[in-house]
Design a protein around this ligand. Structure first.
Ligand code: ADP
Ligand code: ADP
Length: 229
């Protein structure tokens, strides 16, 4: 019973008289609780795919089914609600609000999802119990990424979409962030999708989707996903 099902999904961008097929006839499914790494060189269509899954963009053709709902037919209003409720986004540059503390950056989600999230509880879960009242500028890159992960998981989304989550971090800190994402995937049964061009992270995934020129080149299955060391 898959959480995500893509059927013949294509996305074309027109610039002038040129057409770029950023996604070309994608077909695959992803299960609840899977850890997926999407690997491919720059320009291969990774961000396009993540934007389609997150309802930030609509395919030119094909269908995207999430939890038995066809999001391809959603109105803009329904897509906004879908993003707010079901998706946690994690970006390369954290996207925290600079004039809010770590705790406030998380509790601001309460207005969006109509919940009563305790920022301190979630920050403790990601190892930041010492930093509730610090502003982003007072935190290291790795700590800021933990805050952004805390913000993303606070609403208990069906999936976490991570676009180069370690791209701005040194390799040691990046590995710790990947470990945190693995643990969340296992403990919460959250589907975690990580876009990266770092092939080293392929081994942590249940499956690695290799993409090239907007197409799935091949899908690699790891019978025994490894931790990063
Ligand atoms: P990646 O994330 O792997 O670097 P992208 O999904 O960003 O790849 O881009 C895939 C292709 O689509 C590239 O050729 C890129 O230039 C093109 N592209 C992406 N977004 C747009 C857009 N909004 N308008 C025009 N072309 C785009
Ligand atoms: P990443 O490095 O994370 O893949 P990109 O720099 O490829 O990010 O893309 C960042 C944003 O710019 C994306 O939202 C993408 O849709 C848009 N974009 C990428 N390529 C183009 C392009 N050729 N024209 C217009 N927008 C683009």
């Amino acid at each position: 019973n898959s959480l995500i099902k893509l059927s013949n999904v294509s996305k074309e961008y027109k610039t002038g008289n040129q057409i770029v097929k950023a996604a070309n006839n994608l077909n695959f499914t992803i299960d609840q609780g899977e850890l997926i790494v999407i690997l491919g060189p720059s320009g291969s269509g990774k961000s396009t795919l993540l934007n389609l899954l997150g309802g930030l963009d609509k395919p030119t053709s094909g269908e995207i089914i999430i939890d038995n709902e066809n999001i391809t037919n959603f109105s803009d209003k329904e897509l906004t609600r879908y993003r707010a409720k079901e998706i946690g986004f994690i970006f390369q540059f954290y996207n925290l609000i600079p004039n809010l503390t770590a705790c406030e950056n998380i509790e601001i989600m309460n207005d969006v999802v109509d919940k009563n999230i305790d920022g301190k509880e979630i920050l403790t879960q990601v190892g930041l119990s010492q930093h509730f009242n610090k502003f982003p500028s007072e935190l290291s890159g790795g700590e800021q990424q933990r805050v952004s992960i805390a913000r993303a998981i606070a609403k208990k989304p069906k999936m976490l979409l991570c676009d180069e989550p370690t791209g701005a971090l040194d390799s040691h800190t990046g590995k710790i962030i990947i470990e945190l994402l693995i643990n969340l995937c296992e403990s919460e049964n959250t589907t975690v999708i990580i876009v990266t061009h770092n092939s080293e992270f392929g081994k942590v995934a249940n499956r690695v989707i290799h993409i090239k020129n907007g197409e799935v080149e091949y899908i690699e299955t790891n019978e025994n996903p490894q931790s990063v060391d």
